[in-house]
Design a protein around this ligand. Structure first.
Ligand SMILES: NC(=O)c1ccc[n+]([C@@H]2O[C@H](COP(=O)([O-])OP(=O)(O)OC[C@H]3O[C@@H](n4cnc5c(N)ncnc54)[C@H](O)[C@@H]3O)[C@@H](O)[C@H]2O)c1
Length: 318
């Protein structure tokens, strides 16, 4: 049994992680996985998610919690543990830092979204939410595109400035602009990625503000949570979700469905893009990710195989 820490996981190349996310979509296409809808356990504002999934070679369970107010005590909102096991023998193979796996795979889910839903010439982008997922989204965005100007927006300008400083060391050629005004960020960005714990839309409901841009929502994972105003989904020429469960789970999809702002038929699984790429010119595009256990499974499997090859991680006696 191996223990694979955050430090080990953070050393792994973005290429390997993004390929592993693509592997998850390939398994969806071939229907070679077994995954129930994830279980939410609610305790007032806090949530525990139980995320099991089987593939042919491995199975994994991630236990991940989201404590939205943890930021007030300088702690991460998302924590967790992932157990990877052998699907021939049932034996547990590895325990991994579930928060680190989540941050990397979610960054890569956004990264693949950027790759398939924005022009190769994309130059301006904005990240709303300068927390753990916001930083990971920025890293995968900059891995996929040569951005000239990156806006970073957060309720706390200090958080946005801190994220800009971190990124400046890693990607010195980018110009960073920080703001606590999300509308200014949207006006100045061709791509907007939101990774906040907000329950309410982050900017005004105005079709003129959103037309012709690409929007990726990473945050809202409960029916009462919504990051974007209805104009994003109603103006969008294309709407994608990483899993169709998002239509039940996220307020960004289920609220406009309930209010008949959009019809269910407009919402397509992201995996369609692997088979049928779309023309992006002058299009408004919305991609909503809630995450799924299958991403954790394929990323954890790739991490485990690499750990065996490069003798990473710590051996544990069970
Ligand atoms: N789609 C997925 O697969 C996936 C995976 C992991 C986490 N998430 C979700 O992403 C969200 C962010 O997680 P995190 O770990 O980065 O949390 P975090 O606490 O580290 O960061 C959240 C940031 O959002 C900011 N924020 C909150 N409300 C805002 C608003 N109205 N305007 C601007 N900024 C605002 C906070 O100030 C904070 O800096 C959570 O809701 C989490 O559940 C989604």
């Amino acid at each position: 049994m191996l223990f694979i820490s955050k430090k080990d996981i953070n050393k792994i190349s973005q290429n390997l992680i993004q390929d592993a996310v693509k592997d998850a979509y390939e398994l969806v296409l071939s229907n070679s996985y077994n995954m129930p809808d994830r279980i939410h356990v609610q305790d007032e504002k806090n949530t525990l998610l139980l995320m099991p999934c089987f593939s042919n070679a491995f199975f994994a369970t991630k236990l991940v919690s989201v404590f939205p107010d943890a930021v007030k005590s300088n702690q991460p909102a998302v924590n967790g543990v992932l157990v990877l096991a052998d699907n021939r023998t049932g034996q547990p193979l590895a325990i991994m830092d579930g928060a680190a796996i989540t941050a990397e795979r979610t960054g890569a889910v956004g990264g693949l979204g950027v790759d398939l839903l924005t022009s190769i010439d994309l130059k301006t982008a904005g990240i709303l939410g300068a927390g753990v997922q916001g930083l990971s989204q920025a890293r995968y965005l900059l891995f996929n595109r040569e951005i000239a100007q990156l806006w970073i927006g957060d309720l706390s300008l200090a958080c946005a400035d801190k994220m800009a400083q971190t990124l400046k060391h890693e990607f010195p050629n980018v110009t960073y602009v920080t703001t606590d005004n999300s509308e200014e960020l949207v006006e100045n960005s061709q791509l907007i990625i939101a990774a906040t714990t907000s329950n309410k839309p982050l900017f005004r409901d105005d079709p003129a503000l959103v037309k012709g841009k690409t929007f990726i929502s990473i945050g809202s994972f409960k029916p009462g949570m919504k990051e974007f105003p209805d104009s994003v989904i109603s103006t969008a020429d294309h709407v994608y979700v990483d899993t169709l469960f998002a239509a039940k789970e996220s307020g960004d999809i289920c609220i406009p469905l309930e209010n008949k702002v959009v019809e269910l038929g407009k919402i397509k699984p992201f995996v369609d893009l692997l088979e049928k790429p779309i023309s992006l010119e002058n299009k408004t595009i919305f991609f909503k990710s809630v995450g799924m256990a299958l991403f954790d499974l394929t990323v954890a499997s790739a991490v485990y195989k690499l750990a065996l090859k490069e003798t990473m991680g710590q051996k544990l006696d069970f």
